[in-house]
Design a protein around this ligand. Structure first.
Ligand code: C5P
Length: 288
């Protein structure tokens, strides 16, 4: 069985405060992005054996794919038996949810191969236990995420994004999510965002003009991440100044993305970026 495992960007990441359990309460708007890794699943007589085309990526119990597979077999009370191959195209530690998507895709694939022993709510519970971003990838709609991000409300595709394109720019290094959240303690205003930004942005995205929604996009983690990685702020400002309707960091970074109203504008933006910064950065142009 072969499955594409797409990624996401956060159109909004509004952190509301630190919770007693150490996680952060937040509201986020997640937009699926059709840039995917490919996962292949083959039944095997025993164990979970993972391989990957990218050298250096752990394929043992440190990988969320292996952890998702083991969690699935345990919850379904089945003997493990699968070979999983991952072709990685989504950059890692990039704020794009690549690893989270791989884990969710694994849960869905193994459940399908085994004849659906687990219900959607059981899969959701397993997913949330593996990571805050994973439940989102069990479905394919844009979504509002609340709680620590694991409570997902699917939304209709946004009117303002009809015909829109995204340009993703990855600088070649990653940012640790745990570090970014820890660092937030030094930025009280970003740590304690006011609730309601998600509702406001969803309202604007359900109208035709992307430009009019521009000022309502927001990511609390830019405050702690940009001072340590100033290149990301340079990219964001450049994208803003060269025709992006929206430019911001996704998740905890390191990817910065721009939204444009058309394919040609996204292509022009990419050309300007290459002229200014050279072609040494990872970029992707994707229709929304
Ligand atoms: O849930 P997940 O394991 O993906 O989160 C990675 C890290 O990000 C957590 O260990 C925590 O430090 C931080 N985090 C947080 N609040 C959230 C989500 C993640 O503090 N809502």
């Amino acid at each position: 069985m072969e499955k594409l495992s797409p990624c996401k960007v956060n159109l909004l990441l509004n952190i509301l405060g630190k919770r007693p359990d150490g996680y952060h309460a937040l509201e986020t708007i997640l937009q699926p992005i059709a840039w995917s890794d490919r996962l292949t699943f083959e039944p095997a007589s025993e164990d979970v054996v993972m391989t990957c085309d990218t050298p250096g990526l752990p394929v043992d119990g440190r990988n969320l794919v292996v952890r998702a597979a083991l969690a699935f077999y345990q919850a379904a009370q089945l003997k493990p038996g699968v070979r999983i191959h991952l072709e990685k195209r989504i950059p890692m530690a990039a704020g794009l949810g690549g690893g989270s998507g791989n884990a969710a895709t694994t849960l869905l694939a193994l459940n399908e191969m085994a004849g659906q022993p687990l219900s959607h709510s059981q899969l959701h519970e397993l997913a949330a236990g593996l990571g805050s971003d994973i439940p989102f990838f069990l479905q394919s709609h844009p979504a509002l995420g609340v709680g620590r991000g694991e409570q997902i409300r699917p939304l209709e595709p946004f009117t303002a994004l009809r015909g829109a394109w995204a340009l993703l720019v990855h600088p070649g290094f990653g940012v640790s999510t745990a570090w970014a959240y820890q660092e937030l303690a030094r930025y009280p205003e970003a740590l304690n965002g006011r609730a309601g930004r998600a509702e406001a942005l969803i309202g604007l995205l359900n109208q035709p003009s992307l430009a009019k929604a521009g000022a309502a996009f927001y990511n609390s983690l830019e405050a702690p991440v940009f001072p340590k990685y100033p290149l990301l702020a340079v990219f964001r400002d450049f994208l803003h100044e060269h025709g992006a309707a929206v430019a911001m960091m996704s998740g905890s970074g390191s990817t910065v993305f721009a939204l444009t109203e058309s394919q040609s504008r996204a292509e022009q933006l990419l050309e300007s970026l290459k002229t200014k910064f050279g072609a040494n950065y990872w970029t992707a142009l994707v229709a929304l």
